[in-house]
Write a protein that binds this ligand. Structure first.
Ligand code: CA
Length: 228
């Protein structure tokens, strides 16, 4: 059965191009160009994934996303946020908006299709029976605590931020530059070399607590990936 993708995008030409690409890739796709219509559409039936533009007439994308996430009737439908500004992504990540991924305009429709496939694959994986909490790594951005099961990890603030970024996207490889971009703006003193040193310490601490698992893997010449 093909997955259904709802494209909420007020630039109609762009929406039509995306719909064509998505259908060509085997998805069922539908476009909506206005935030209020999107609310009505989502109230009727949920798609398998929402591609959600941030700036919309009627109701903006972030409000729609919050409504989706706050509504107990809606399960965790995967949402990819689309923004026209790269800088906006940092703010959104900081807001813990609950999006599964972010795409910046301009993008290639091919890239969008690839991201959609990745997010759908990941959400299917996370819908599988959860690993026992005892060997699960969790982060709480409110308290800046990272725990492995019930065991608390003693991390520096930057180590915490790095692991928090990585575990939000299991299986995705982040380059050093991408990690730098995603760290809070006040981390301007952090260099790519410093990322390596924070990662080294972080991986050492994780290895102490869970010697049998390599949770963060270094991808030679590219960056780092959280394997889950
Ligand atoms: Ca827009």
């Amino acid at each position: 059965m093909s997955h259904s993708i709802l494209v909420i995008e007020d630039e109609e030409d762009l929406a039509h191009i995306l719909i064509d690409y998505l259908r060509f890739a085997g998805f069922t796709a539908e476009a909506i160009h206005d935030g209020r219509q999107a609310q009505e559409r989502l109230a009727k039936a949920l798609p398998d994934l929402v591609l959600l533009d941030l700036m919309l007439p009627g109701v903006d994308g972030l409000t729609l996303l919050r409504e989706l996430r706050a509504h107990s009737v809606y399960p965790d439908v995967p949402v990819i946020l689309v923004t026209a500004r790269v800088e906006e992504v940092d703010r959104l990540v900081g807001l813990e908006s609950g999006a599964d991924d972010y795409i910046c305009k301009p993008f290639s429709p091919r890239e969008v299709v690839a991201r959609i496939k990745t997010v759908l694959r990941r959400s299917r994986a996370s819908a599988a029976p959860a690993r026992p909490a005892a060997d699960q790594l969790t982060t709480d951005p409110q308290t800046l605590r990272a725990c492995y099961g019930a065991q608390r990890l003693d991390l520096t603030p930057k180590e915490f931020e790095l692991i928090h970024i990585l575990i939000a996207h299991p299986g995705r490889v982040f380059s050093r530059a991408q990690l730098l971009e995603r760290l809070q703006p006040d981390n301007f003193e952090v260099s790519e070399r410093a990322i390596d040193s924070h990662m080294k310490n972080l991986r050492r601490k994780l290895a102490q607590i869970a010697p049998a698992r390599e949770m963060i893997r270094s991808v030679y010449g590219v960056g780092f990936v959280y394997e889950g």
